[in-house]
Design a protein around this ligand. Sequence first.
Ligand code: ADP
Ligand code: ADP
Ligand code: MG
Length: 673
Amino acid sequence: MFKRILIANRGEIACRIIRSAHAMGVETVAVYSDADKQALHVKKASAAIHIGDAAAAASYLDGQKIIQAALDSGAQAIHPGYGFLSENPDFVDAVNAAGLVFIGPSADAIRAMGLKDAAKQRISEAGVPVVPGYHGSNQAPDFLKQEADNIGYPLLIKARAGGGGKGMRLVSSPAEFNDALDSAVRESIASFGDGSILLEKFIESPRHIEVQVFGDSSGQVVHLFERDCSLQRRHQKVIEEAPAPGMSDAVRKAMTDAAITAAKAINYTSAGTVEFIVDGAGPLRPDGFWFMEMNTRLQVEHPVTESILGIDLVEWQLLVAAGSPLPKQQSDLRIQGHSLEARLYAEDPSNGFLPVSGKLHRLVFDERCRVDAGVEESDNITPFYDPMIAKIIVHGSNRTDAISAMADALDNTCVAGTQTNLSFLTSLIQQEQFLNASMTTGLIDDCLPELLASKEPEPIDHLLACLALIQWPTEVTQSGFLSGFRLFGAATKRVTLNFQGEEHHHKLVLGPQKSIQFYKDESQFVNGDAPEVSIDLEEITPNFIRFHENGRRVVVDAFVWQSEPFGDSCVYIKRAGLAHNFTSANALTTQEQGSGDANTVKAPMTGVIRVVSTKPGQQVAEGDALVVLEAMKMETTLTAARDGVVEAVYCAPNDSVNDGDVLIQLAVESEKE
Ligand code: ADP
Ligand code: ADP
Ligand code: MG
């Protein structure tokens, strides 16, 4: 076995590889960019070497620097993880030329599968069904149009060098073909420097089912069963599971045989995945699946396979790369139960799943399940790399148990500080087609409105946010709530809360026995109205609030942090699987930094104006909210720094403004003596 290996990656997969290597007594060398000086993979590795700038091209994609780092650190082998250089055959050649071992397949095997058209050709010749289509070299648009008409619509245009769903276009009718071709070619040139495309019949009601394979240097290949990865957004997987629901012995035999045939056709070694598109319109059929592509690396979703087989694929990779035979024979491998993986991302599902960056002020996972994370609390999600926070992996004795374990795991996950897809994942695993396993790859798109619905906070969430913000000292709440209020000498509290740019003026009436009555948006109510919510508070801590509502005891995550750069108070409330972020309007109105001198209100950062609540000639008082700016996915209220008269307003709702732009000018008063 190797004494020391270098890991040419970052984030969760680097941490994942370190875990197995250390368990095997193998030392690890991490590499890191400027953006990752404090990263978890750097802390976990036995040693770490800085390789360059934050930009991937100058660090994690710079093969020469990485090979040099391996040589300098005395590593004997390089594990590429996934992404970055993992499927770059020239890198593999360079690693070998430097006298090092590449922990993965041969350069030839990667080359054989690197271009989708050549791969399909080769695999089809080996006798594996491929999606009908045109995979040839004639790229003349008229010719392609002719081929497309022969294949029939709907069809897919794919970049032959494609990956990650890029360069892919669905064409539903002949009239759309030419435009779709143009844009697919443009995108593939931009993304892969290769404008060649292939055409494929679009399999309707498609499911994505893939087979994990593993080969060793003696030519032995086993399959490690299948994974269903049909839950996708933008052709990218979100939730994966193993085994595939509805799989029969006959279909499994046909698919795993095909996968092994494909792997053997290219003398495959190490971990690889053969991806199939499957007709999901009815029950799975032995003649209802087609080869799509082979991923010549460890995949993101490999843990679900490990989970149902009780094996460690990274350990296998290290053993096989060091020349050992496969640790298990096909007959030793049996599926145990069911496993699910959910990918937790820093992203905004309601905004096209756009990645967001930010600091993870609080990050807590369910300790009862496996979590593969590359970050820890207080780390930042930077804009430079993939915004995945963690993979949450659960196991159950059957699919139903696994789904309920996932529901618990998501419920016990808390991420405050950056927007995430956590609530979206929670909705997704409650979705009917997912529950009854009739999902296709179109599920997320088809059900998006439903999956994003009812994400508005309820009055109780507002109340909890108010309670979290008030931040009573713990001793007070523990020694007796009522006395606590007596201490503060008030039975009524007013709290101004900001949710997505809207101010809410709430009233809390604190009664005996720790009871609280909540009047949402107080101004809309007249005296005598019933409160919208009544609860009995039990305990408030910095991380959760425990209370009784309608006789039921409830615990919710409630966490307050100060946002950067202004130190505004932000509140995270997660209740019933839904997370909401509020800000304290009080804090915003008292913030003084960054928003101009006393005479002007300036944009503290680049963003978009949402609300302008003043006009020229208006008398304003210090602290009055004048403008709401949306930036870095947060609303910031900009206020008057002094009493005065507005002289000019230089912005309007929906204007884009730059950091430092003057938004409001106050009339300059003569100096007071
Ligand atoms: P990438 O290299 O981007 O992973 P793939 O060829 O693996 O591209 O396809 C990605 C996804 O696109 C699949 O998981 C599936 O959801 C969809 N897809 C690909 N080919 C087809 C097809 N022929 N019919 C229907 N959907 C397809
Ligand atoms: P439920 O029965 O509503 O699922 P849980 O016991 O799972 O309640 O708690 C819900 C949330 O409250 C959890 O996500 C957890 O983070 C938080 N929580 C509960 N109890 C504690 C505790 N003792 N310390 C810290 N957090 C807690
Ligand atoms: Mg793919």
